[in-house]
Design a protein around this ligand. Structure first.
Ligand code: FAD
Length: 458
């Protein structure tokens, strides 16, 4: 599609995953972009790409990347994950498929490589100027000026702006500036748990040492370990655990206690992490929290997207996917309200805030699912039944995980339908042990009574 070049320039703060994709999407619609990033250029300097080393990319994120015509470049760096591989305490494996169709998979992708592809694509449009080492310090909405501080020289500069989009992550400076104007506050809700990244290197012949096409989980009740495959045959392993208490980052604090802990709870993986204690003490412990805020915008001047608007805990693998969906929703609003940024920003705020809140809540629930429920017989029975009901009543029933990961209906709808579906699954499995005992006449009656037809990809 050919778009004429717009006169006004949009300023984006934060060239992480969401900011760099948004720059591509806007430039492809003829907007000139000034993209400011606090850190050095990750394509030229060896820096960590941010939080997790790899991430799960799912349908919502892929859809936005397709709109930016980037999937051809991204597909080669994806590793398919077809389901969870659950490792019990004895080392027995139990594979649980995520979906029931071949395309119902998620993908592991390197955060750094994905970010670099988006940065290159932004520059290739010829309409995006990227300024690295520039930290947004404050925003003066009266005079339409942003103060930047150069991270190398500490020099301050002032830049004029027309519209700012804050994609500057969970500690957003743009959010702070908006909330100073609106006297609203943001809410940071700590999870009380943190994470630590470790690594399973490739085998001697460059092979994957555990199943390549799965997201591995070692669920242990109050804590868990997960592993996602990387393209170089290594795995990034992440330990999620409480900050305080008996089994916690506070207590497991010496080489001996780390080894003893892994020996007791993660015996099968221990020999595969040769650098366990070195990595445990040299890698940072990342804190986890949910950030909710309102409003996401200020008049026609500023809008927040991605983690700046809604940082969520990582257990549904949706933070980036949701941020990419935000970016696409902004483009749709721009097309609807041609250049009227007061309407555009208000509409994005109205449409996306409820969805950001919904995925934040579902992500917290999914922590319990991953660290505990996946080893529960009732959970497995309900999952099997959910697949069966999806087959039999496809226009009505879709498992909640599938609604979130494989489809694009609003998160808020996935959440509310999920609550009704959970009640139906509970009722149907209340007094049975096997899927063969399900009363499908009752299932049909409950589904038709309680669920309206579903539009999975509106
Ligand atoms: P960020 O990635 O945080 O990028 C913000 C950018 O802004 C950064 O480059 C930063 O340097 C820059 N910046 C910050 N402040 C300023 C400033 N003042 N001035 C200029 N620049 C600034 N999501 C998924 O979808 N799937 C997953 O599997 C997944 N796994 C995760 C695992 C873990 C352990 C964690 C912590 C998160 C995970 N997420 C996952 C969430 C995902 O990482 C975030 O949702 C995503 O990074 C948000 O992108 P963003 O661009 O909004 O913010």
């Amino acid at each position: 599609m050919n778009h004429s070049i717009h006169k006004e320039k949009i300023t984006i703060i934060g060239a992480g995953l969401v900011g760099s994709l948004l720059a591509v999407l806007l430039a492809k619609r003829g907007y000139r972009i000034a993209l400011y990033e606090r850190r050095p250029d990750m394509r030229r300097t060896d820096i960590s790409a941010g939080r997790s080393i790899n991430l799960a990319l799912a349908n919502r994120g892929i859809y936005a990347l397709q709109q930016a015509e980037l999937m051809e470049k991204i597909s080669p760096i994806l590793t398919e994950m077809k389901g969870r591989m659950v490792h019990d305490i004895e080392g027995q494996l139990n594979f649980q498929s995520y979906g029931q169709k071949p395309e119902e998979v998620i993908y592991s992708v390197s955060r750094g490589e994905l970010n670099k592809i988006c940065l290159n694509a932004a520059e290739e449009t010829g309409l995006v100027d990227i300024f690295f080492n520039q930290r947004c310090e404050s925003v003066d909405f009266k005079n339409n000026q942003i103060t930047f501080v150069d991270e190398n020289t500490a020099t301050q500069t002032l830049q004029q702006f027309s519209q700012i989009i804050g994609t500057d992550g969970s500690a957003s400076a743009v959010r702070e500036a908006i909330h100073q104007q609106t006297s609203q506050q943001h809410e940071i809700i700590p999870l009380g748990h943190s994470y630590k990244e470790l690594r399973i290197p490739p085998g001697r012949n460059g092979e994957y040492l555990i199943e390549k096409n799965a997201l591995h989980i070692w669920p242990r009740g109050g804590f868990m370990l997960i592993a996602l495959p990387n393209a170089d045959a290594s795995f990034t392993v992440t330990l999620f655990m409480s900050n305080e208490g008996n089994i916690s980052f506070e207590n497991i604090n010496s080489a001996e206690s780390v080894k003893a802990f892994f020996d007791e709870y993660f015996t099968d993986i221990l020999p595969l992490i040769p650098q366990l204690t070195k990595d445990f003490f040299s890698n940072p412990t990342g804190k986890l929290a949910t950030v909710k805020c309102s409003p996401w915008h200020f008049k026609d001047k500023a809008l927040l997207l991605g983690d700046a608007a809604h940082a969520i805990v990582p257990f549904h693998g949706q933070g980036m996917n949701c941020g990419f969906e935000d970016a696409w929703e902004l483009i749709k609003s721009i097309e609807q309200h041609a250049g009227d940024f007061a309407k555009i920003f208000a509409q994005v705020n109205q449409n996306r805030k409820i969805n950001g809140d919904a995925i934040a809540d579902m992500a917290i629930e999914n922590y319990i699912t991953m660290r505990d429920s996946v080893r529960d017989k009732k959970f497995l029975l309900k999952n099997a039944l959910a697949f069966e009901l999806e087959k039999r009543f496809s226009g009505y029933f879709c498992p909640r995980y599938s609604m979130v990961m494989f489809h694009r209906l609003p998160y808020s709808e996935a959440k509310s339908r999920g609550i009704i579906q959970e009640a139906i699954l509970n009722q149907l499995t209340e007094s049975i042990q096997s899927i063969k005992q399900v009363d499908y006449a009752l299932a049909e009656q409950l589904i038709k009574e309680k669920l309206s037809p579903v539009s999975l990809n509106p």
